[in-house]
Design a protein around this ligand. Structure first.
Ligand code: ASP
Ligand code: MG
Length: 444
């Protein structure tokens, strides 16, 4: 069995949904297809939820109207025949009424997840009916029957596997299953999510649970690029990445993939193909355990980084100092990304500022603290990149831009630089010129 995932823009209009149908039809093996919401819909649902929370209801009717009309328009375009259109409209209206019932409840913390996951509910329903109507018989699965995931960071795959097997036994057997991404049940069986962009992650969790032969993630760009195409010209798609390289790139800002996507399939060695719905013939990027080439491969950048420096003479030749510092971050459940140390100072970065004030208050006892916000981590990735003969050119960047921290050697596959976000785009362009435009990569 294969798992195919189609995200926002791939299911954002009737035309792209027709492309998706052609992609599904062109592949023979049995499949589970994971869909996200239509593009723009989850944002709208977040807006609705925020309105309810703040009890500012004045825009609510128009938001609801827009949401409903967007889906009704899609139905009218996908079901030209008036009778099937009427029936589908009717069923959708019933689903929408359920949604309105959910939002009519008094706002409580758990309600947000129920609201924002409706985009996937709506779209999977319309999509499944559309395929059926076009002669592609399929079974629609409710992801809430099997996506029981207590910890987003560490999903218990055997539980999902057991529940999914039970679901598949119970439902009508098919060569094509459709289900919703993004949604999960938490440890109390309440509706929750896998965080924004999480349907990629849904796809790899499902793939791991059924031991799929492969996962295909269909988006609107032709795979991972060797640099960020939003900021840098002349980037090129990468044909192959290892699981580690893809994980580093996704974590450090390459927006194409949800950062946790790789981990469930990596352990089971299930390849991921990143493909473009709009140019399905393009090869895209294959992510697998194959190391096709070593050395410099790609650059990505992650914004919203805060650097914290703790300077203390007490650190000089003392042991246990770092542990005390790390304990503060641990206590406030804040992950550290980069670290550099000297004999009397330590600099580290975090990307989650929620508990920053409390962390700083406690760190104050250990020395003089400096905080720099609005920084970006630039991450240079490739198998064994630290031994690439061109990597030294990376350090030429220091001549041209201030670099706040460098992390080299923590892993042989990644070198990270911390720069002020206002210098990020220039740093990406300079690195592109220094690292890629000079070297000719015939194979990636
Ligand atoms: N629809 C959800 C979101 O917009 C999940 C996803 O697209 O992967 O975040
Ligand atoms: Mg996405």
């Amino acid at each position: 069995m294969k798992v195919l995932k189609f995200g926002g823009t791939s299911v954002g209009s009737a035309e792209s949904i027709r492309n998706v149908k052609a992609i599904i039809e062109s592949q023979n093996e049995r499949k589970i297809v994971v869909v996200s919401a239509m593009s723009g819909v989850t944002n709208k649902l977040v807006e609705i939820s925020t309105h309810l929370q703040s009890q500012k209801g004045e825009n609510l009717p128009s938001l609801l109207q827009e949401l409903k009309e967007k889906h009704l328009k899609l139905i009218s375009e996908l079901f030209p025949d008036s009778e099937t259109q009427r029936v589908t409209n009717h069923l959708f209206e019933m689903q929408f009424a359920q949604f309105e019932e959910v939002i009519s409840q008094e706002y409580h913390e758990g309600l947000e997840a129920s609201i924002v996951t409706f985009g996937e509910t709506f779209l999977s329903f319309i999509f499944s009916r559309y395929l059926e109507n076009e002669g592609l018989s399929n079974t629609l699965l409710d992801a809430k029957d099997f996506m029981q995931i207590s910890s987003v960071e560490n999903p218990d795959i055997p539980t999902v596997e057991k529940l999914l097997q039970e679901t598949l036994k119970r439902e009508i057997s098919s060569d094509l299953y459709i289900t919703q991404g993004f949604v999960r049940l938490d440890r109390n069986r309440n509706i929750s999510t896998l965080n924004r962009g999480g349907s990629d992650y849904s796809a790899t969790i499902i793939a791991a649970a059924i031991n799929a032969s492969e996962v295909q993630i269909w988006t609107d760009i032709d795979g991972f690029h060797n640099n960020d195409p939003r900021f840098v010209e002349n980037t090129s798609p990468l044909l192959n990445l290892t699981f580690e390289e893809a994980a580093e790139l996704a974590y450090f800002g390459a927006k194409i993939l949800h950062p946790q996507t790789v981990s469930p399939v990596k352990e089971r060695n299930i390849p991921i193909y990143l493909k473009n719905t709009f140019t399905p013939k393009a090869p895209g990027t294959k992510i697998s355990s194959d190391v096709k080439s070593k050395g410099l491969k790609a650059i990505s950048a992650k914004d919203g980084i805060t650097a914290i420096k703790i300077k203390s003479n007490r650190m000089l030749m003392a042991h246990g100092f770092l542990r005390k510092i790390f304990d503060v971050f641990d206590k406030h459940e804040t992950a550290i990304d980069m670290i550099t140390t000297s004999e009397i100072a330590i600099s580290l970065t975090i990307d989650d500022n929620q508990n920053l004030d409390r962390i700083l208050l406690e760190l104050d006892a250990y020395g003089e603290i400096t905080v720099d916000s609005e920084h970006s981590i630039i991450c240079v990735v490739g198998e064994d990149v630290i031994n690439d003969k061109d990597t030294f050119r990376l350090f030429e960047l220091l001549n041209e831009l201030p670099v706040r921290m460098i992390s080299y050697g923590g892993s042989s596959n990644n070198i990270s630089l911390l720069v002020d976000t206002k210098n990020k785009v220039e740093a990406l362009r300079l690195l592109n010129r220094k690292l890629f435009e000079k070297t000719v990569h015939t194979e990636n």
